[in-house]
Design a protein around this ligand. Structure first.
Ligand SMILES: [Zn+2]
Ligand SMILES: [Zn+2]
Length: 345
């Protein structure tokens, strides 16, 4: 079968490899759709500290497909079923898992290899983070389960309530998911970005206002422009950071109303720091929340949102392409041509 193999930063090759056979507790899946992700682009360029234990390594982590074979002892899945799986599973027994903070698990087990014709899902992920999907849900729409699960996690931490004004800073795929999920919770969403194309998508997704930050230099000016779009210019009840740049983290805090909550979601580069006005933090009682990764309960909610059509995964897809188009798609993402490509083996 064909599989993309990561040899080194900048060196990805589509190779002919032996398909895996499922061991005890494992499930083999024929991949029907795999989605590119910002993490793939970063890993392709710079490598990744934890994703590739040895090289060359399988690549990609967002996929949906059909079960072809189950290992000994598997009773919950059978050949022919349509499934989707998360890219990790927490161990369930470390201190973090024990206190219900599974996204901080010390022994997260990763699954890579979505950009291929077949994948074998390890036992722990079969048991806790793999789901059958209905025939009405397209593989292409189900593939981006991982990012949707992380956004569901962010929603859980956000405290967004009926009638809130939510500002989403950054309207790439993650921002677009926040825009839709915040509305499901009954919030009015204002989207801020510098790309007219992405802002048009935000409007389509139901944002009540969009703020084009093009030409504004300072963080203070950008935050002021965003605040001006909120009711009475007071600021956001909840502001989301969905970019991963320290200056946008600062912008996110600065566009809050007194007592507002900032969800700092985008992953910044190693060594990044950001500044918060300590006086404002104190007198205006800001709440700053860091959010990373997902947990089985959020994955379950994400599967439910996809399966019921409450969230349409296809809205994230820039284009459906063949498996061989991986490198072109990553390059197109880095040039801003598209933000998420679905590859079909
Ligand atoms: Zn991803
Ligand atoms: Zn754990």
């Amino acid at each position: 079968m064909r599989a993309w193999m990561f040899h080194a930063p900048g060196d990805l090759r589509l190779e002919e490899v032996e398909p895996g056979r499922p061991g005890p507790g494992e499930v083999a899946v024929e991949i029907r759709a795999a989605a590119t992700c910002g993490t793939d682009l970063k890993s392709y360029r710079r490598g990744h500290p934890t994703l590739f234990p040895s090289l060359p390594a399988r690549f990609g982590h967002e996929f949906a497909g059909v079960v072809t074979e189950v290992g000994e002892g598997v009773t919950t899945f059978a050949p022919g079923q349509r499934v989707v799986a998360a890219n990790t599973c927490p161990c369930g027994s470390c201190w973090a898992c024990t206190i219900g903070r599974e996204s901080l698990c010390e022994n997260l087990q990763y699954l890579n290899g979505a950009f291929a014709e077949q994948i074998v899902i390890p036992k722990a992920i079969v048991e806790r983070n793999t789901y059958q999907i209905p025939d009405t849900l397209a593989f292409e729409a189900a593939a981006p389960l991982e990012p949707l699960s992380t956004v569901v996690h962010g929603m859980a931490e956000s405290g967004i309530a009926l009638g809130d004004t939510v500002v989403v800073n950054g309207t790439g795929p993650i921002g677009q998911m926040y825009i839709r999920l915040a509305q499901l919770r009954g919030a009015s969403v204002i989207a801020a970005d510098m790309s007219p194309g992405r802002l048009a998508q935000a409007e389509q997704a139901g944002a009540v206002a969009v703020v084009d930050l093009t030409g504004l230099e300072s963080v203070a000016d950008k935050a002021a422009a965003i605040k001006a779009a909120t009711p009475h210019g007071r600021g956001a009840d909840v502001a989301i950071e969905a970019v991963g740049l320290p200056e946008v983290w600062e912008q996110t805090v600065q566009c809050l109303r007194p007592g507002g909550t900032a969800v700092l979601f985008g992953g910044p580069k190693a060594g990044s720091t950001f500044n918060v006005d300590a006086v404002a933090m104190h007198y205006l009682e800001y709440k700053l929340v860091g959010v990373y990764h997902h947990a089985p309960r959020y994955v379950q909610i994400a599967v439910n949102l996809l399966s019921t059509g409450k969230f349409d995964g296809m809205t994230l897809c820039s284009e459906v392409r063949g498996l061989e188009a991986l490198i072109d798609s990553l390059e197109d993402m880095s040039r801003g041509v598209g933000s998420k490509y679905i590859l079909q083996p």
